[in-house]
Design a protein around this ligand. Structure first.
Ligand code: AP5
Length: 210
């Protein structure tokens, strides 16, 4: 299965991805995670990416496309992959169409008024990247999966979140139409619980797998 997770910042792409990985064993390719790893290791890509991510802007297409193209050639993607956060612009979608056949685009559709609260209350595991929300943590400060320490992402502050939402509306939302025209969109209501979202998506993926 070659699938894409599409949705606004905070729609629940990472949360859904974690459940899909557990059930379907697809390699999870998150461009946001790749950039954060590069920033942590202070690589040249990390230095460039940081200057955009800290302002809530997109990293330039050339840099992002090159990373994804290289990643998709690796052995673990031979039988499928799950892209999370890529593509985000028309140019990225067109570049992807040239190198691979996308089968399904899962568009997580969420009431915009929920997103600011979800992102500013998010905590992420330093070790495995699992996402949590403070309202579900009951005061815990470590990851229930691996025991890692939880932290707040630097771009999860009100000002940067607003800029990420504006960028999504201007540059990424048009991809819904792009993939609708290709007949590949599967819309799921992301304003319900993570468990409900996964249940709906699993029905679709099971049908695709047959
Ligand atoms: P990235 O890391 O991809 O961030 P994002 O798209 O802004 O998405 P998030 O990770 O913030 O949200 P999510 O949808 O995964 O939500 P989550 O599941 O964590 O990108 C970061 C930056 O990198 C970008 O701003 C850009 O600069 C750069 N970048 C990345 N890709 C790029 C590209 N292709 N081109 C150029 N630049 C790129 O959930 C959020 C919170 O909500 C959590 O607390 C979670 O517990 C909670 N939650 C999730 N689902 C539910 C639910 N159903 N009900 C209640 N709460 C929920």
């Amino acid at each position: 299965m070659n699938i894409i997770l599409l949705g606004a910042p905070g729609a629940g792409k990472g949360t859904l991805a974690s459940k899909i990985v557990d059930e379907y064993k697809l390699p999870h390719i998150s461009t946001g995670d790749i950039f954060r790893e590069n920033i942590k290791n202070q690589t040249p890509i990390g230095v460039v990416a940081k200057s955009y991510i800290d302002k809530g802007q997109l990293v330039p297409d050339e840099v992002t496309c090159q990373i994804v193209e290289e990643r998709l050639t690796r052995e673990d993607c031979k039988n499928g992959y799950m892209l999370d956060g890529f593509p985000r612009t028309n140019a990225q979608a067109e570049a992807l169409d040239k190198i691979t056949n996308v089968e399904l685009v899962i568009n997580i559709d969420v009431d915009f008024s929920l997103l600011m609260g979800r992102l500013c209350g998010r905590r992420v595991c330093k070790d495995c990247g699992e996402s949590y929300h403070i309202t579900r943590l009951n005061g815990a400060t470590t990851c229930s999966r691996c025991g890692g320490e939880l932290y707040q992402r630097k771009d999860d502050n009100p000002e940067t979140v607003q800029s990420r939402l504006d960028v999504y509306n201007a540059q990424t939302a048009p991809l819904i139409e792009y993939y609708t025209k290709q007949g590949k969109i599967f819309n799921v209501n992301g304003s319900t619980t993570p468990e409900d979202v996964f249940e709906k998506v699993a029905e679709k993926l099971n049908a695709l797998r047959k």
